[in-house]
Design a protein around this ligand. Sequence first.
Ligand SMILES: Nc1ncnc2c1ncn2[C@@H]1O[C@H](COP(=O)(O)OP(=O)(O)O)[C@@H](O)[C@H]1O
Ligand SMILES: [Mg+2]
Length: 274
Amino acid sequence: MSTHATEPMLEVQRLRKVYGSGPTAVEAIGNLDFSIGKNELVCIVGPSGAGKTTFLRCVSGLLAPTSGEVVLEGRAVTEPPEGMAVVLQDYGRSLYPWLTVHDNVELPLKAKGTSRAERTRLVADALEAVGLAAAHKKYPWQLSGGMQQRVAIARAIAYQPHVLVMDEPFAAVDAQTRADLEDLVRRLWKQLGVTVLFVTHDIDESVYLGQRVIVLSHAPTFVLEDVAIDLPADRDQLSTRALPEFAVLRTRVYELIQRAKHTNYRTHGQATAP
Ligand SMILES: Nc1ncnc2c1ncn2[C@@H]1O[C@H](COP(=O)(O)OP(=O)(O)O)[C@@H](O)[C@H]1O
Ligand SMILES: [Mg+2]
């Protein structure tokens, strides 16, 4: 169980989502109820098909919940919120192939009404932060998968969101790039003071990145446990992952997910995991 002293940024209140109706209905979210403090970096981990993407679509206002609600900075989310940026798993489809890297990153700022001078500065800073300053005139199809995903991240941070939401953003990149991008997320989180909600199915990644790891059951999903990650704030791919505490935490999360395969929401409801 984790507590946080800061004011809540995102409150998820008795959220439930059923797709369709009748005999073919799919209950994706059983009941989710938790809150995330301002400036927290929270990972959500759960098996494939758990309902993670469904949850993020509710959080980002793209999908209406069946019941319950998501409250962002005190206001119920009913449409894509102004202060939120979302990075999806499928970066291939999230960038516009006919726009340069620069123009892809700039587009949401234009939509937001940011002045030209401010846009130029924000785009340059964001591309610098993800190490792509030199690629600003290139087109997405001229870049590797990892670089395209960094463009998507640059676009999200240039937007200066209060909340950055990421759905398995590194699932399709190679291991070395993935490690670099993980460190980039931690660095940006510290620099920008943004609240980060990071969804992954990778247990090690969730422990390495998060201050908290919220472990979800399979669908219809509920919170199995909210695990506090009390690792040092300065993390390093080699030394942090080699810590005995890291091994204890990853084992804990692994066991929860294994046990979840035999745990049913109907019988256990919101009960905390054993
Ligand atoms: N548009 C949809 N219509 C019907 N069922 C869906 C839809 N999207 C997802 N589902 C189902 O909801 C469950 C959760 O899916 P999803 O949220 O994508 O899980 P995850 O992201 O954790 O892999 C799965 O059983 C999936 O098949
Ligand atoms: Mg998903």
